[in-house]
Every structure is written in structure tokens, then in C-alpha cells.
Design a protein around this ligand. Structure first.
Ligand code: NDP
Ligand code: 2IT
Length: 445
């Protein structure tokens, strides 16, 4: 690591103790951009890295809501407005009991560079709560979302900060959040993306992250003269990203042989039937273990980590952070995996990523590979501004072009800085350069 980057990392870990996920995201980034820092000593003089690793604003708030038994509950609410150099803060809201400041900061930090890679004018942010949506009634979800928005509305705006979905936040939650914002502010503006089609949403936003993940994998394979036909794919998770990655991969001739949720995984050598998964997860909101009731040839195993012991050509971790550790990376590699495309944010530990790269397994990193979701959010913002909406085909075509461009820029940056094929470094470098240029233009702010 470059000596300036090293000093920044040492300080960052000292002044932000216990934020292990944020440390991990910062470490990977600082390692990657070290060759750029060697070339640009002026970044140290303007304390660019100290500024880029410190959020512009962190909002922490109490969320009090009443459940269906009349009990008062209190959760923590977060919005980290990390960097607005190239556009309004943009990034999802996560509702999961594991949410804490470290997780929201790592997500917000990575979002800066991901959003930069899309080529669209969006800054980086992330938010959420330690609220657990599992087992809650619709009325409880609504009560929580309204309480959450009763504070968040002061801090967001179509030119300030535009949240969206992430783990635990889909169309239902966005509807409750948007409806309450509109009531409080008397304003129908694009202050959230992932909205329903009847009130300002964009076609393809639901599918965008999963489709985009496959578009970038397809583009990578195309450069090798290969494609997905007949290939075996393992996708972790069974939420928004995983479901639409399955849909697109299957459409291109791949066979998705395993999927998971946080309790366990399903495996079927004949392929996982997506309509059953959609019904269980999107409509019934049940556990994936239900799947084997409908498909006799499928097996269910408890524990989600076991999915990485299945032999496959391509692994698409699309559930959560650090879901592939070194042991699992070794297993996948020994079983002949050819590429890992990250649907989730930071799904591989640093040791796992390093092992893949050292073993010649391509890694399409989250900042590039799952950028299709936020890119389509930016297309939703563009359509809202002009008050005209595009067809499914138009949005899908733009999404595909964006993913192809991301791959080309990441590939080019990796080559330019002497690390051909290292898309992790390429994504960090290409994403960073644009932010650095904008921040430098502003002077010290
Ligand atoms: P969903 O809530 O729709 O689905 C999440 C899936 O991951 C579920 O199957 C869930 O299982 C599983 N999961 C969640 N937490 C854990 C955990 N701690 N351990 C094991 N499994 C877990 O979320 P998304 O599909 O939207 O998000 C998945 C990933 O993709 C996240 O990393 C998110 O940050 C990232 N992402 C999402 C984008 C989007 O547009 N939605 C865009 C870019 C990235 P269970 O049901 O049991 O909780
Ligand atoms: O991690 C992500 O990029 C998202 N959850 C989507 C963010 C967005 O604003 O669409």
C-alpha cells in the first residue's frame, strides 16, 4: 500500500474503532488506488483521502413505532450522506437486525465509487435501521416506515439525497415511505427511487440489479469468446437481486442449480424453478425451505454457507456482506469456478478475493457488477425530471449499455495501471478518478 494510503488507513481505524466492515471496505479501496496515489502526490497535499473517507454528514435518529399488540418499539435509524461531489447522495435503505453504523458506512463508502462508475450524476449515501421486517404484519411495516420517514423527510430531497431499496426494502416499503413523505411535505417529487409504476417509478428498476449483473458477466465472457449457454450457476440469496439474476441468466441459456436464504439453500441439478421461488419469496414471504414441497428432485440443506461447496461454473453471491470467506473461496476454486460476479455488496472477504485473484478466478466486483440497480434509479430520476416515461425496452437497452461501459472502463483502468484482469482494482481506480477530479475542482470543502 502507498505510504499516504497507509497513514490514512491507520488513522481511519484509530478514529473509527469497532467499524470493522467500514475498515474492510476502506482497506480494499486504499490498496487498489495506491498506484494512482504514486502518480498524484498532490492528493496528499489537499488531504483528499482524509476527506473522501469521512462522510459529509451522518444522521442518527430514534424510530418509535407501535406494533399490532399495542407495544411501543424503538429502533435506530441511519442515513449516511457520504459524498455529493458528482450529484445528490444516492443509495439504498437497509432494514435488517444486523444494521449498525459500520455497515451503513461501508455501504455508503462503496456507493460513492459504484455510482461514479455508472457515468450518471449521483453521489454516494446509504441508510437503514436495525428493525427486523421478518414476521411483521403489513400494518406493522407501515407503522415502522411512517415513523422512519417522520424524521428522514427533513434530510432528503430530489436534489439533495434520494434513497431507494436494499435488503428488507422493496416495493411495499418504498410505497409506505413515499406516501408518508408526500403527506408531510405536500410534494410529489422524485425523493425515492424504486417507486411503483403508478406513482413515478421506472420500468426495469425491479429487475435492474439482477439483469445488470448478468449483462456485465455476459460482456466479460464475450471478450473471451464465451457465453452462458449450458453453464452451471450458483446464486446465493433469493431476494430481489438473486431472483432477477436467475431470470436473466436462465433466459441466456444458463442453468441455475442452487439458491439460498439466511436459513439454508436449495439444490437441484436439473435447475431451480424461478416461478416457485418468486411465489414463495415475493408473494407468500415464506422461507425457501418450502421449495422442496413442490419439487421432488430438489434438496434443502440447513445453513446458507454450504451453497459454496456446490460445483459450478459461475458463482453469484447475491445475499449479503462477507458471505464468501477464504475456506469457501478455496472450495469454489477447487471445484473449478471460473468467475465470481458480486450481486451483493462486499460479499467476499479480502482474503477470499485475494485467493480468487491469485488462482486466476475472475472477480467482477460489487461496485461494477451490481451497479445496474442504482443506474436504473438514476434513469428513474431522469424520467421523473422530464415527466415522461420510457418503455421497458428503452430502459433495458440503456441499462445494458451502462453495464457494458462499466466493464470497458474497469478493464481499461486495470490495464492502464498495470493490473490487467484485476477488475477489483480497475473498479476502484475508475470510480475514484472522477470523484477526485470533482473534489479537486471544488478546492477545500
Ligand atoms: P432482499 O431483501 O430482497 O433479499 C436478501 C436476500 O439475502 C434474502 O434471500 C435474504 O435471506 C438473504 N440475506 C440477507 N441477509 C442475510 C444474512 N445476514 N445472511 C444470509 N443471507 C442473508 O435484498 P436484495 O436482493 O435487494 O439485496 C441483496 C444484496 O444485494 C445486498 O447485499 C444488497 O446490498 C445488494 N444490492 C441490492 C441492490 C438492489 O437494487 N436491491 C442493488 C445493489 C446491491 P432471508 O430472507 O432469510 O433474510
Ligand atoms: O446497493 C445499491 O446500489 C442499492 N441498494 C441500490 C441503490 C439505489 O439508489 O438504487
Amino acid at each position: 500500500m502507498n505510504s499516504y494510503a497507509k497513514a490514512v488507513y491507520a488513522k481511519l481505524t484509530a478514529i473509527n474503532p469497532y467499524e470493522t466492515e467500514f475498515h474492510q471496505a476502506a482497506k480494499e479501496f486504499l490498496e487498489s488506488i495506491s498506484p494512482v496515489l504514486d502518480k498524484h502526490p498532490e492528493f496528499e497535499a489537499s488531504a483528499l483521502l482524509e476527506r473522501i473517507t469521512e462522510p459529509e454528514r451522518v444522521i442518527l435518529f430514534r424510530v418509535s413505532w407501535v406494533d399490532s399488540k399495542g407495544k411501543v418499539n424503538v429502533n435506530k435509524g441511519y442515513r449516511v450522506q457520504f459524498n455529493s461531489a458528482i450529484g445528490p447522495y444516492k443509495g439504498g435503505l437497509r432494514l435488517h437486525p444486523s444494521v449498525n453504523l459500520s455497515i451503513i458506512k461501508f455501504l455508503g463508502f462503496e456507493q460513492i465509487f459504484k455510482n461514479s462508475l455508472t457515468g450518471l450524476p449521483i453521489g454516494g449515501g446509504k441508510g437503514g435501521s436495525d428493525f427486523d421486517p421478518k414476521g411483521k404484519t403489513d400494518a406493522e411495516i407501515m407503522s415502522f416506515c411512517q415513523a422512519f420517514m417522520s424524521e428522514l423527510y427533513r434530510h432528503i430531497g430530489q436534489d439533495t439525497d434520494v434513497p431507494a431499496g436494499d435488503i428488507g426494502v422493496g416495493g411495499r416499503e418504498i410505497g409506505y415511505l413515499f406516501g408518508y413523505y408526500k403527506k408531510l411535505k405536500n410534494e410529489h417529487a422524485c425523493i425515492l427511487t424504486g417507486r411503483g409504476l403508478s406513482y413515478g417509478g421506472s420500468l426495469v428498476r425491479t429487475e435492474a440489479t439482477g439483469y445488470g449483473l448478468i449483462y456485465i458477466l455476459e460482456e466479460y465472457l464475450r471478450t473471451l469468446g464465451k457465453n452462458l449457454k449450458g453453464k452451471k450457476v450458483v446464486i446465493s440469496g433469493s431476494g430481489n437481486v438473486a431472483i432477477y439474476a436467475h431470470e436473466k441468466a436462465t433466459g441466456l441459456g444458463a442453468k441455475v442449480i442452487a439458491m439460498s436464504d439466511s436459513d439454508g439453500y436449495i439444490y437441484d441439478e436439473n435447475g431451480i424453478d424461478l416461478s416457485t421461488v418468486k411465489r414463495i419469496k415475493e408473494v407468500e414471504r415464506k422461507r425457501l425451505s418450502e421449495y422442496i414441497k413442490y419439487h421432488a428432485s430438489a434438496q434443502y440443506s440447513q445453513g446458507c454457507g454450504g451453497i459454496w461447496s456446490i460445483k459450478c461454473d459461475y458463482a453469484l453471491p447475491s445475499a449479503t456482506q462477507n458471505e464468501i470467506n477464504l475456506e469457501q473461496a478455496k472450495k469454489l476454486t477447487a471445484n473449478g469456478v471460473k468467475a465470481v460476479a458480486e450481486g451483493a455488496n462486499m460479499p467476499c472477504t479480502i482474503e477470499a478475493t485475494d485467493y480468487f485473484l491469485a488462482s486466476g478466478v475472475a472477480v467482477l466486483p460489487a461496485k461494477a457488477a451490481n451497479a445496474g440497480g442504482v443506474a436504473t434509479s438514476a434513469l428513474e430520476m431522469a424520467q421523473s425530471s422530464q415527466r415522461i416515461f420510457w418503455s421497458f425496452e428503452e430502459v433495458d437497452k440503456k441499462l445494458k449499455e451502462i453495464m457494458i461501459n462499466i466493464f470497458r472502463n474497469v478493464d481499461k483502468a486495470a490495464k492502464e495501471y498495470g493490473m490487467p484482469g484485476n477488475y477489483v482494482a480497475g473498479a476502484n481506480i475508475a470510480g475514484f478518478l472522477k470523484i477526485a477530479e470533482a473534489m479537486t475542482a471544488f478546492g477545500v470543502v
